[in-house]
Every structure is written in C-alpha cells, then in structure tokens.
Design a protein around this ligand. Sequence first.
Ligand code: ADP
Ligand code: MG
Length: 431
Amino acid sequence: MTALLDPAVPVFPESDISDSTENTPANGQSVVADVAAEDTTAFVPVSTFGELGLPKALVAALNRSGIKEPFPIQAATIPDALSGCDILGRGSTGSGKTLAFGLPMIARIASLPVLPKHPRGLILVPTRELAMQVSDELEPLGRSLGLHFKTVVGGTSMSRQIEALQRGVDVLVATPGRLADLIRQRACFLDDIEVVVLDEADQMADMGFLPEVTALLELVSPAAQTLLFSATLDRDVDTLVRQHMHDPVRHELEPATSPVDTMEHHVFVVNREDKPTVATQIARREGRTIMFCRSQLGAERVATNIAERGVNARALHGGMSQNARTRTMADFKEGRIDVLVATDVAARGIHVDDVTLVVHVDPPEDPKAYLHRAGRTARAGATGRVVTLVLRNQRKSMQRLHQQAGVTATEHDVLPGDQTLIDLTGARATR
Ligand code: ADP
Ligand code: MG
C-alpha cells in the first residue's frame, strides 16, 4: 500500500509552506523524494501538445492563441488526465495549471452529448474573478471542439444562468455558493458530470467553503474523474482527497517549499508616518503594480490616497458590487489602470500579463498568503519583484514568515524618496 492510501498517513503530511526539515511524515519517508520517485513523466521531454495525446482541433486552437509547447506541469499531468486518472497537481504560481486541467477536461468530454441542466464538466474555484479568468482562457479552446461554457458566480444574473443550463452547458465554471443555489432551484444537476476540477482547493477550504464543496461533490457520480490543482496544498484538502478521489496520481513539480526563481523579494522597513508616502511613491512607478492590503477599508483608503496624487489606481475587494469588480479587473488587464490595490480576493490564481511589482502594503496573514500574493508577478517564466512594507515592530515576524515561505528577502531601511526605493521599484517622488 502506498502512503497515499494509508489512512494513518496524511496525504499532505505538513503544510507545503513549512520548513523542509519538517516535511517528513510519521513513517519517516521524505514526501519530496517519494513524489520524485513516482513522478517519472515529469522528466520525459515532450515538445508538442499533440504528442501528449490531445485532439488535433484543440492543438490547432492552442497554436492560434500562440501556445505552442507544453509547460512542465502540463507535460506531466495531461497524459494521465487523458487516461482518466484522478490527479493531485501542484505547480508554482504562474506555471500553467489552468491548461493542465482544462485541456484534458475539454478533450475527454468533447465527444459526449449534452442534455439540458446536466453539464459534463465542472470547474470549482474560490473567487468570482478566478472563475471568469479560467472561463476566458478555456472557453475559446472548448469552442474549437464545439463545447459550451458557462460561468456561474454570485452577483450576476441567475436567470441567464438558468436559461443557459436549460439550453445545455458542457462545462460549468463555478464558485460553490452560486452553484449550490442553482442546484437547490433544480436548474442544474451534477449526476452526468464526467470530470470535476478543484482549482485552488485549499483556498476554498480557507474561505470556509469546504462543507459546500463536499456537499456538491456528493452529488457527482463516484465514477467521475477528479482533478485537484493548486500552488499550495495543505491539510484541509486531505478530507476532500480521501473522500472524493480514487487513487490519485500526484504530480508535484517541485519540492514543498519552492519559490519561483525569477522572483526577487525585498522588505522595506518604514516609519509609521512615512508608510502612506512610500506606498504612493512606489505607485507612481512605470508599469503594472498590484498592492495588497489586509482589509477592504485599507484597500479603499490606499487606492484613494494614491489616486489623489494623480496615479491611475483603483481598489478591488469583496465589498464592491460584482459589476464594479468585473470592470476593475478588465480595466487593469487592459491597461486602463496602472495600480490595483486589492485584498486577498485577487491573491489567488489571477493572471495579468506583465505585473512587474507586487507590494504587500500590509504584511500577509501567513506564508501561504505571501506566496499567492507574490505569485501575481513572475508568472510563466517572467521576472518580477516583491516588496513588503513593514513597521519596525513587524520586522521579526516578517523574517519568520519569509523563512517559513522558503523565501530569501533583503531588508532595507527606507525613507520617502530614498535612492534604494527608487532603484528597486522605480518609485517617483510625490508631487
Ligand atoms: P497557474 O494557474 O499555474 O498560476 P496559469 O494557468 O494562470 O498559471 O498560467 C499562467 C500564464 O501562462 C497564462 O497567461 C497562460 O495563458 C500562460 N501559459 C500557460 N501555459 C502555457 C504554454 N504552454 N505556453 C505559453 N503560455 C502558457
Ligand atoms: Mg491557476
């Protein structure tokens, strides 16, 4: 029996953000070594999507969007996913997980007829923004094989979702709450689902969605395939894995703590009274920037403060209407906003090209939150810088957090207008 099936051994024995020395389960085996031994496909060089077994029309659609060669996580997981195995996939932020689960899902359900109210594919995600993004990325590819997608999230028209389901939807991309509502209204049934994807499952757990996710998975036939992907996987996800996955193949493409190596980390130690000025000076840089704040109010305050000094900045948080959230994300993606000041609602999965700097205006809650916020830069092989603003009394806890996140950061004492500040971020003095 493998460790994975042994009820005495947790599937993820330690949080993936823990120190590697702690990463040894009760049986004394190293998880990382264990995975490396299992994960042989990761090291077979594959140069095209066709060689991975994907249908020609899908490969052609990928090529049309400029995606020619599979990234490592895709090369590793797609053949197993196509063969019908359940998969647990971990790859760092920006490594291409959406296509890793999306392509085999599309290929596997493409030949199946669709019935009203009975989707064949289901992708569950923690936030509305992520649902829309996953759908934007996969829908055109699905269309090449004649598949219909529908995004089902709160804050949007339920009647349109009901109509679409009635006409027939192949793949639903959903947040758990809205999907549960539709099911209660008998507008959607999950008994024909062939493939379920849980993207960022640990965040769904952190957000308290686990009971809802579990209830939804109970409605899916046990014969369905389950694909679970995240940049971090931890204990909370164990329950899902045990109860709803069958002998999953694990693909973890790097050791548990593996910061993206094209990412650079800095800590700016600032005086309390200087923090707003330092944040504003950074915001006046050239290029796309995401700033993270701990609270909705904080994000509003920082965004207003920065915008008042002539920077194209906007807040994004869960307290805004869905319309405003969607518009803000679109404006940022399309370059009409330079600085997005967000709560952790934008920390997971969100991909915007060319975000060259992430600033933690407030330090993140824990190492996992750090890695996900930071992961909005240095995506898909690009480089990026991450800066955390800390007050003197936060230095120690930030050092600990970086250490737990497996990140080496350089600390600088910074005053407004300092050369270090300018050199590292492109900051400009405030008018
Ligand atoms: P993750 O979910 O692992 O954080 P994403 O799936 O959001 O990462 O992918 C990050 C970016 O890389 C996206 O813009 C995606 O379109 C792009 N991408 C993914 N796979 C490839 C590939 N094989 N070739 C080129 N670009 C890719
Ligand atoms: Mg993702």
